[in-house]
Design a protein around this ligand. Structure first.
Ligand SMILES: Nc1ncnc2c1ncn2[C@@H]1O[C@H](COP(=O)(O)OP(=O)(O)OP(=O)(O)O)[C@@H](O)[C@H]1O
Length: 313
């Protein structure tokens, strides 16, 4: 996908998007043989509306402010998240990145400002209501149901979308059975999509660390989010694992999702994002393309003395 950072919104036609996705996943090409990935793409999101104008605003954050006692952790921060982009949210330790995520997802109540997703205000809504509107996240400290298998963890996310009534669940109606079957198929497809389907029946707490991170992403995708917020998804990864994760994040974006990414590893951030917003001491100090951010004197100053993975902002 070309960068949506240009002034002119790029309109993605279904044909173009499908061709892009097909190219990446090897699906729906007339001459391409059917592959497992083709089933995955179709099962994960068969009804997704991919005719979107990349570049229009999916999320609008205005003057977002969060205080803890006397500390202003987020200070009138304003930025947009454009549909179809990977937006990086970076800044030195304690800059307010996670606080921004928490204020967006209903964990913290902002003392000022607004967050709107497709024109719907997220302010005052409960976390599950925000999830239903289309915002999903992963956590800096992995939060999985450790006693449940990988598949069960994903199915929990899928269940939020089901329509079976309580009596329907008690009497195990045909609709419930259809939904259960479809949940398992969807769940397996999502595990395949993030590359951990071989561990579907392993308890989450027994999964290798990298698999747990991928499982968190699969579980977030299960809620069919419009915006996927990833909080330091590469924490604890070695360089090869980071490269694989970068590829997965790009694939998710190319599949029609919008991504907000908090990440400390500058190589990863510069390599995968379309645009970047920089926070320092709770304020936005810069916004632009990776190239613009790399050269911004305010950003360089903010990171001076800060030890980042490659030693540079
Ligand atoms: N629940 C809280 N109560 C009090 N202070 C908090 C709370 N959460 C965050 N803070 C403070 O708010 C500021 C911003 O923290 P935040 O975790 O958002 O920064 P960050 O940019 O995500 O940092 P890091 O990169 O280290 O994760 C910090 O000074 C932090 O100590």
């Amino acid at each position: 996908m070309s960068s949506p950072a240009s002034d002119q919104p790029e309109v993605r036609t279904p044909e173009a998007s499908t061709a892009e996705g097909a190219d990446r996943l090897g699906v729906e090409q007339p001459d391409a043989p059917p592959s497992l990935e083709s089933e995955v793409a179709q099962v994960v999101a068969p009804d997704r509306d991919i005719e979107v104008a990349v570049g229009d605003n999916l999320v609008e954050i205005r003057d977002l402010t969060v205080t803890f006692g006397g500390l202003t952790a987020l200070d009138h921060v304003t930025f947009d998240i454009r549909r179809g982009e990977i937006l990086g949210l970076i800044g030195p330790n304690g800059a307010g990145k996670t606080t921004c995520f928490n204020a967006m997802t209903g964990v913290y109540k902002p003392s000022d400002g607004t967050v709107e997703l497709e024109g719907n205000s997220l302010g005052g809504r409960k976390k599950h209501a925000i999830t239903r509107l289309g915002l999903a996240r992963t956590f800096q400290n992995i939060r999985l149901f450790g006693q449940m298998t990988a598949l069960e963890n994903v199915v929990v996310g899928l269940d939020a979308r089901h329509k079976t009534s309580v009596p329907g669940a008690v009497f195990r109606t045909p609709r419930l059975r259809r939904e259960e079957k479809s949940s398992i198929e969807h769940g397996m497809a999502l595990l395949e999509f993030v590359g951990i389907v071989d561990k579907s029946d392993v308890l989450a707490r027994n999964l290798p660390y990298g698999y747990q991170r991928r499982l968190e992403i699969a579980r977030a995708l299960a809620t069919e989010p419009k915006l996927l917020c990833l909080d330091e998804p590469a924490a604890g990864f070695n360089p090869a694992e980071k490269d694989e994760l970068m590829q997965l994040i790009r694939t998710i974006r190319d599949d029609g999702y919008t991504i907000l990414l908090i990440e400390h590893d500058m190589r990863l951030v510069m390599g995968v994002t379309d645009r970047i917003v920089v926070l320092e001491f709770g304020k936005k100090i810069a916004e632009g393309t990776p190239q613009e951010i790399r050269e911004d004197p305010k950003v360089i100053a903010a990171y001076l003395g800060e030890e980042s993975d490659d030693g540079a902002a």
